[in-house]
Design a protein around this ligand. Structure first.
Ligand SMILES: Cc1ncc(COP(=O)(O)O)c(C=O)c1O
Length: 446
């Protein structure tokens, strides 16, 4: 790419990747001191169940709900007076933009954030509330970025790459410094990965302080741009469709992050999006914490059984963000319940004489199953004209309870249809990939 190209960024130049050093991260920690929260890193309630001493680094407790403040503050505090006058511009699907909006307003620096048109509403609104001018452009982060860089050159505003600017990576690395102070004997750290700044910064900080610390990056099956880049040993364009982990939706990983991560990260792990929905649900139920999809990927990957090598070890999962749309949260909870057999869908034909439907309700109530929804169909039913097919959605306590419900329906009714419980369980098990044991391969085997 020539230096005249609109997308040329001297800080993220493929011909001149920047080496990030431990000392740079320590310097960033001094620049952000007092402006960013030192978040807790506490033992998870799920430790015993998951068979490891598990700690949660609670970055969703940052004021704007995400660790991204660290990199942003670290960068803004290095601006010259001239750069402060012209202001800054960035592209973001949400959390980085919110952090730029909040901290540049705090520091009196003008700021524009370009977001794709499909960015989550909560994030777009939050970004605007903190003071930035918002421009919605394109359907991918790549399109939004190109637009932001065009404006940056026209208006002399500094473009801050949200995952690849060296000062951003250094700022994110302060999460690693804190983890090493909070859990000094940590064996492994699991990090959600989009463009790679958090993974890169944590890797450099943790491995400098305790070289045998294992550091794993997690992506979902819809956002695995780092896994694919490491597999192919080059930064490739990875097409991203809609994902529950929108914070990880980066089409191409960073120049500097890729350069610094290669050969250092112990492994990239890919978790299925269904597991992320379950993760969000369990983090609410068992830890009483609300995190967004990207933030839940780490614990979801542990729940999915992707880290059998870490049984009995001291492990930190970074819960990186908490900005989740209520509508996405509702969908995630429903998906999570369905994936665990706690929400079950079936059809059953009952008599349409008085009491027919009541009998079904009584039977379900008798075994403690809640009827969530029931749609009667009389027109497309064959045979007996006094029968009705009911499409039912019911809530149960889980697979065993669902099996009990199915047994009762089989016993009491002649016509029914439901997804075999065994089939569902097998499908769930098939999402497991592993084991994750080798010391330094670039990614999980497919
Ligand atoms: C909540 C959350 N977690 C993780 C990430 C991934 O961070 P990175 O792009 O530094 O890999 C992001 C990125 O925006 C995020 O918003």
């Amino acid at each position: 790419m020539s230096t005249d190209d609109v997308e040329y960024d001297e800080f993220c130049d493929p011909n001149n990747p920047r080496k990030i050093k431990y000392e740079d991260i320590v310097a960033a920690s001094k620049r952000i001191l007092g402006a960013v929260i030192r978040t807790p890193c506490t033992k998870a309630n799920m430790s015993e169940k998951l068979g490891m001493e598990l700690y949660l680094k609670m970055e969703f407790l940052q004021y704007t709900g995400c660790f991204k403040e660290r990199g942003v503050r670290s960068t803004l505090t290095t601006l010259s007076d001239e750069q402060k006058k012209y202001g800054v511009i960035t592209s973001s699907t949400g959390n980085h933009g919110i952090a730029v909006s909040y901290h540049s307003t705090q520091l009196g620096v003008p700021c524009i954030v370009v977001m794709p048109v499909n960015a989550p509403i909560t994030k777009v609104n939050k970004c605007g509330r903190h003071g930035a001018k918002i421009i919605q452009f394109g359907t991918t982060l790549a399109e939004a970025k190109r637009h932001a860089m065009t404006i940056s050159k026209e208006k002399k505003m500094m473009f801050i790459n949200g995952f690849d600017h060296p000062h951003v990576i250094e700022g994110q690395g302060t999460v690693g410094l804190e983890i090493m102070e909070q859990v000094p004997a940590v064996d492994a750290i699991i990090v959600p990965t989009g463009g790679g700044s958090l993974l890169c910064g944590i890797c450099i900080a943790a491995k400098h302080i305790k070289p045998d610390t294992e550091v794993y990056g997690v992506e979902t099956d819809k956002t695995c741009s780092m896994t694919e880049a490491l597999r192919k040993n080059e930064r490739i364009y990875f097409a991203i469709d809609s994902t529950i982990a929108d914070g990880l939706g980066v089409n191409m990983v960073g120049v500097n992050t890729f350069y610094n991560i290669k050969g250092h990260v112990d492994k990239m792990v890919v978790v299925k999006e269904d597991w992320v929905a379950r993760g969000i649900m369990h983090i609410i139920e068992e830890e009483r914490l609300v995190v967004e999809g990207a933030g839940a990927t780490t614990l979801s990957a542990v729940m999915a059984g992707l880290f059998p090598n870490l049984k009995g070890k001291k492990v930190v999962c970074v819960l990186s963000g908490g900005n989740i749309d209520p509508t996405i949260l509702a969908r995630a909870l429903e998906r999570g319940m369905a994936a665990e057999g706690r929400l079950v869908k079936f059809k059953v034909t009952v008599t349409d004489r008085p009491g027919g439907m009541a009998e079904l309700c009584t039977m379900m109530a008798g075994i403690g199953v809640t009827m969530r929804d029931c749609v009667p169909d009389r027109a497309w039913v064959k045979g007996d004209v006094f029968s009705v097919q009911l499409k039912v959605i019911a809530e149960t306590r889980g697979w065993d309870h669902t099996k009990e419900l199915i047994e009762q329906i089989k016993k009491n009714y002649k016509e029914y249809f439901f997804l075999e419980v065994g089939e569902r369980q097998d499908k769930t098990a098939a999402t497991r990939r592993g084991p994750c044991l080798a010391p330094n391969p670039v990614c999980m085997q497919k």
